[in-house]
Design a protein around this ligand. Structure first.
Ligand code: ADP
Ligand code: ZN
Ligand code: ZN
Length: 742
């Protein structure tokens, strides 16, 4: 008699432990399998953690496993270990971490294997003549038999040879001459992408240098690298060679890319080089496609996976390599529960499975580069573009000066000249603006009233299509006011430029030049990103206007001009990372120009031409920026020199929310009385309204903490424990170095 220990698929503190079930004699179970088990009056899904010979409960109290949900373990053993790491980091029930490891729709059996019916002859080929003779009065049946003699076929394939085969086929099946066989088929994404089978280029000396360090580490199953390569230095080719070596060793590889918009291009390259062993995993796949790619990986049919953040959980065995492309991108942080940083998970997984990890970027995150400086990561540098191609020439334009000279357009004189030149020569340009919509806010000149969302403490953005104002936080919309709702003045004015305004300015300035726009408003459907990029690549448009989406690692050989319409739009955000984000954005966008034979020009428009981040970005000088910025972080005690944490309280009733924030603060007092030594790790602690006071109609308060960078985990555990307590009338979230402190 065997038993097994099961984690049930209910996310609640009270059931966050294993339960023992009996395994019926006829059932073969393995650790990691998903099973259906009785739980109280219900039947629920669970995960088998381990098998056991004996049970520590009285036999009568133990129930039987009802059935396995698949005939293979959905969870690989190393991934079970990873789930425990995530639970410890995110302070969530284990089952929530386990749920990250399988396609969501597998739970509740909302997605299944897709099968196709094949028709086959039910007799030996030698008997064909005899069977044909016995159907001599049914010519259609004879034709069906002859067709199937070539091999099994679906009904559709058969119909291509024998039109209208349905009745004949049914008669043959009934007569026992033809069998129906169910075949599993896989739904593959991106079948519409043409895969170019490009020959291998000759490696540059810098690419060779990087690989000379990576490949030996790969062979040993060790190594944590930061590949710092300027835009256009050929990092992708390094990935490809490392992955190839990894596959040749019989191991598997995971390549993470920041966003869906980027994936098609990467997928193209990888499919071109790796063919069918490459799989794609990301959230925009249909559930069926996602499930099937997941199973191809699980069965070892695909051995390299490219995908967004969650692909770090891909079910591959014998992992040899994880690459995180554009590692500085915020999209690697999951802000949904359970929170995780895909870069940390990649490193944890590398440790568990003995895999090499490469983080790569032209503009590494401050903390990543700092870790490389301190020797936690091996730094690999590729400071030059491939084939001696020059970095693009960057021109800074002071927009205050433009205004003084009477130019009120969103385009400076220089940008207009360059746009004219570029488009006249038949080349392409990209214009980058950090805000979508038409105007970024609407304000009363008389009293200063700004139109805000009724649900959120956020100014609303004017969108010209539909003539409406939208909240970019909750999606609420309203008509723009004709008169000021506060003072009745008619002097209501529109300020700030968004993508729609730039598009319109472009159409007015050069009406004959075709333009495409890419932002959250134009990419709502599944394939919209891919379509827009594909149309731009084909030359359907000469100018692509977009938000940060176009700043990512896109490679368009015909783009020779990049315009950054308002470089400091991000610089004025109330966020300590504003300079870092601005530097990254400007450097990355500038890096889109002149990537092929033709040299590139970049025009950066700014109101703060002297700021060190703009200056360093114009020179594409990462080191200079890093030094300045680290000085600022050290002086102000910001990450990576400190940790920012908060307990965020949200609820309908503002007074109650404020009261709970005070109570949380008092709990912290009590905690520090017990552990006074930890008080020294607190650099700052305050109870206050959150920067965004109201969001989606909920009042928000916070206990904000700045901790020294080596803060004790006991302190972090306490914050998480406080958040998990019952706080009637409110939700409390513990956030440690969150993506945004809004
Ligand atoms: P990065 O990701 O570092 O910005 P990419 O990997 O996109 O740069 O490479 C930039 C361009 O250089 C691409 O068009 C790529 O095909 C090309 N390239 C890369 N390596 C080589 C090489 N060794 N020889 C010639 N072209 C190369
Ligand atoms: Zn007013
Ligand atoms: Zn809102």
């Amino acid at each position: 008699m065997g038993y097994c220990q099961v984690i049930v698929d209910i996310a609640h503190e009270r059931v966050d432990r294993v339960f023992t079930y009996r395994v019926p004699q006829s059932m073969a179970l393995l650790p990691g399998m998903r099973v259906l088990v009785p739980f109280g009056p219900r039947k629920i899904e669970g995960y088998v953690v381990c098998l056991a010979e004996a049970a520590e409960y009285p036999e009568a109290r133990i129930k039987d496993v009802l059935r396995p949900l698949e005939d293979y373990p959905a969870l690989l053993p190393p991934l079970m270990a990873l789930a425990q790491y995530i639970r410890d980091q995110a302070h969530c029930p284990l089952v929530e971490a386990l749920r990250l490891l399988i396609p969501a729709q597998m739970r509740g059996e909302r997605v299944r294997e897709k099968t196709e019916i094949h028709y086959v002859l039910a007799f030996a080929p030698a008997a064909l003549d005899e069977k044909l003779a016995s159907n001599s009065r049914a010519p259609k049946r004879q034709r069906v038999l002859r067709a199937l003699a070539q091999g099994p076929m679906t009904q559709a394939e058969l119909a291509a040879q024998v039109p209208g085969p349905v009745d004949a086929l049914r008669a043959l099946v009934d007569a026992g001459l033809v069998d129906r066989q169910a075949h599993e088929v896989l739904r593959k994404p991106y079948d519409h992408a043409q895969t170019r089978t490009a020959p291998d280029p000759h490696l540059t000396p810098e690419q060779r240098g990087a690989l000379q360090e990576v490949l030996p580490a790969l062979a040993q199953g060790t190594g944590r690298f930061l590949l710092h390569g300027v835009t256009g230095s050929g990092k992708t080719e390094v990935y490809i060679r490392a992955v190839r070596q990894c596959l040749a060793m019989g191991k598997t590889a995971i390549v993470l890319v920041p966003e869906i918009a980027l994936t098609p291009q990467m997928v193209d390259w990888f499919r071109g080089r790796f063919g069918q062993v490459a799989a794609v995993l990301h959230s925009r796949l249909t559930p069926g496609q996602r499930f099937d790619e997941w199973r191809r990986l699980r069965r070892g049919e695909a051995r390299v996976v490219i995908g967004a953040r969650s692909a770090v959980f891909a079910p591959v065995s014998d992992l040899g390599l994880v690459i995180v492309d554009e590692e500085h991108e915020p999209s690697y942080l999951s802000d949904r529960m359970p929170r995780y940083d895909a870069r940390d998970v990649a490193e944890a997984r590398g440790r568990v499975e003995g895999a090499t990890v490469i983080l790569a970027s032209a503009t590494p995150a401050m903390d990543t580069f700092d870790r490389a400086m301190r020797g936690e990561l091996t730094l690999l540098e590729m400071p030059h573009r491939v084939l001696g191609r020059p970095m693009p020439a960057v021109h800074l334009v002071d927009m205050r000066e433009e205004l003084r000279q009477g130019n009120k357009s969103v385009f400076s004189g220089l940008l207009m000249e360059e746009l004219t030149l570029c488009t006249r020569q038949g080349q392409q340009a990209m214009l980058f603006i950090n805000r979508r919509g038409y105007n970024t806010f609407v304000k009363c000149r008389a009293c200063g009233y700004v139109v805000r969302c009724a649900q959120c403490d956020i100014s609303m953005t004017y969108h010209q299509d539909g003539h409406v104002m939208r909240c970019h936080y909750c999606g609420a919309h309203r008509d723009p006011p004709e008169i000021c709702p506060a003072c009745g003045s008619l002097h209501i004015r529109y300020f700030g430029a968004g993508t729609q305004m730039v598009e319109e300015a472009m159409r007015r300035f050069l009406p004959q030049v075709p333009v495409l726009r890419m932002d959250n408003d134009t990419t709502r459907t599944r394939d919209a990103h891919w379509d827009i990029l594909q149309r731009f690549r084909q030359g359907d448009a000469q100018v692509l206007i977009g938000t940060q989406m176009i700043a990512k690692g896109l490679d368009f050989p015909n783009v020779t001009l990049v315009g950054v319409v308002a470089a400091d739009a991000t610089l004025n955000l109330p966020d300590y990372r504003a300079a870092e984000r601005t530097f990254q954005l400007v450097t990355q966008v500038a890096g889109r120009a002149g990537r092929a034979e033709k040299p590139g020009t970049v025009v950066v428009q700014t109101y703060a031409p002297d700021h060190y981040c703009i200056q360093a970005a114009a020179r594409q000088d990462y080191r200079a920026f890093f030094e300045e910025e680290m000085g600022f972080r050290r002086r102000q005690a910001y990450p990576p020199y400190a940790m920012l944490c908060r307990l965020l309280v949200e609820g309908e009733d503002g007074q109650r929310v404020a009261h709970i924030a005070q109570k949380l603060d008092a709990c912290l007092d009590a905690f520090f009385q017990k552990r006074p030594a930890l008080l020294r790790q607190v650099l700052l602690r305050q109870v206050e309204e959150a920067p965004v006071k109201v969001l989606r109609g909920k009042a928000r308060h916070q206990v904000f903490l700045k901790l020294s960078r080596d803060a004790d985990t006991a302190l972090l555990d306490e914050l998480c424990a406080l958040a998990l307590m019952d706080w009637p009338g409110a939700q409390v979230y513990a956030e440690i170095n969150p993506l945004s402190i809004a």
